[in-house]
Design a protein around this ligand. Structure first.
Ligand SMILES: Cc1cc2nc3c(=O)[nH]c(=O)nc-3n(C[C@H](O)[C@H](O)[C@H](O)COP(=O)(O)OP(=O)(O)OC[C@H]3O[C@@H](n4cnc5c(N)ncnc54)[C@H](O)[C@@H]3O)c2cc1C
Length: 378
């Protein structure tokens, strides 16, 4: 297993359920914590149940009466629709909450998991019977052979590049910056979510029941390269939001300056005709990155790991058949999420004035229908 993110840990648990003994290598020196808001969808929650992870998952949904607000150009607020108002009642968590639940589940096995931090996979030689992997731990290189190599190393997967070549990343002409805020936007209730969206750029504040909110800034740009360092990154975000001077953007940009860490990246989808080759298989963002706009990446990463374990259990003697069945089962959902992500992107960050007006209309209707539902429930 290459990568100790959601996809890597889910696949490790799935493999263990199928009787395998996973070894995980992770480039980082230690496990990540915290992160950004993730809404876990019903299929992700079902996969978490199947993996035995759900009971460790700390869910942080604000109470039902919490409100989602949209800011207008004058800084006024109107009821809006938040991420959690989507059908299926997504579970509000931090990425780190899912990783923590997966980690605790992994640690419950009969043997402690073999997880090697500060270790990368630098080459793979698959002779059909076994895959020989060249590993690098802080400059010390060694070879080891495995029955299966699972590339769970994210959007810019090295396993994908080594085995399947380049050219699988599609460009979306957009950037994201996500981080934890120390507190809520002034004058808003701590458990309310707030969005300020203009053509081409948007600031989102996601609230939780029991901790300060997280922020997401996203904007459309032709220059979607990644800045060299933190300072250049913050300057880049400030530039992108120059002139958008409302309470949300001001608060979020100040929060960015203070945040101990942030994620700043360009937006891409991964499109591949096949997710496995011989004894190498890709899972999660490495295989099918849906983009954050789909709101299904974490759910599908969990689902992929659970399904991989199931396929290996059902085809214990035939790896090729297991991988074929696994991919056939998962691909329709991935294809659909990848398509819908383009539409959802317009809700996250409208491409221009027409899309922004359409978005406002959709949100107004949605918010009115939400209000009617709450009144009839009361
Ligand atoms: C801002 C934002 C909001 C999101 N919101 C949602 C949401 O609401 N709902 C949802 O379902 N999804 C959401 N997603 C998507 C979801 O977070 C991802 O799809 C999911 O976390 C991907 O997990 P992964 O394990 O595939 O990849 P990653 O999380 O990228 O993990 C890859 C791991 O591999 C390691 N690694 C990389 N290269 C190497 C190497 N060479 N050797 C060893 N290790 C390596 C990395 O250090 C990392 O630990 C969001 C994403 C973002 C960015």
């Amino acid at each position: 297993m290459v990568g100790l993110g959601i996809a890597g840990m889910a696949a490790a648990i799935g493999l263990r359920q199928a009787g395998w003994t996973p070894v995980v290598v992770e480039r980082a020196a230690a496990r990540r914590r915290g992160g950004y808001f993730v809404g876990l969808m019903p299929d992700g929650r079902r996969a978490a149940e199947e993996l035995g992870v759900a009971r460790h998952l700390h869910v942080r949904n604000p109470p039902d009466e919490a409100q989602a607000w949209e800011l207008d150009r004058q800084g006024g607020r109107a009821p809006g629709l938040g991420f959690l108002d989507q059908p299926g009642r997504p579970a509000a968590v931090l990425r780190g909450d899912i990783e923590e639940a997966l980690w605790r589940t992994l640690a419950e096995g009969r043997h402690p998991p073999d997880v090697r931090f500060a270790t990368t996979c630098t080459a793979i030689d698959d002779d059909g019977d076994r895959a020989e992997v060249l590993l690098d731990h802080a400059g010390h290189r060694y070879r080891e052979t495995f029955d299966l190599v699972v590339g769970a190393d994210g959007l810019r997967s090295g396993v994908r590049r080594a085995v399947f070549g380049d050219g699988h990343l599609t460009r979306w002409g957009a950037m994201i910056c996500a981080f934890e805020l120390p507190d809520q936007v002034p004058a808003f209730h701590p458990q309310d979510s707030v969005v300020s969206a203009r053509p081409g750029r948007a600031a989102w504040v996601f609230a939780f029941a029991d901790r300060p909110p997280t922020a997401l800034l996203t904007w459309r740009t032709r220059d979607a390269g990644r800045p060299a360092d933190r300072q250049a990154g913050v300057a880049r975000v400030r530039d992108a939001f120059a002139g958008m001077d409302d309470a949300v953007v001001r608060h979020v940009l100040t929060g960015l300056e203070q945040a101990p860490e942030h994620l700043l990246d360009s937006v891409h989808q991964v499109r591949m005709p096949r997710w496995s080759s011989g004894r190498v298989v890709l899972v999660g963002d490495a295989a099918w990155c849906l983009t954050l706009y789909s709101g299904h990446g974490a759910s599908t990463a969990l689902r992929g790991g659970a399904a991989l374990g199931r396929a290996l259990r059902e085809h214990p003697e035939d790896l090729g058949a297991a991988l074929t069945v696994w991919e056939a089962g998962l691909r329709p959902a991935v294809r659909s999420h990848q398509r819908v992500a383009r539409l959802k992107q317009q809700l996250f960050v409208p491409s221009g004035p027409v899309a922004a007006a359409a978005r406002r209309g959709i949100l107004r209707l949605g918010a009115a229908s939400r209000a009617r539902r709450s009144q009839s429930a009361a």
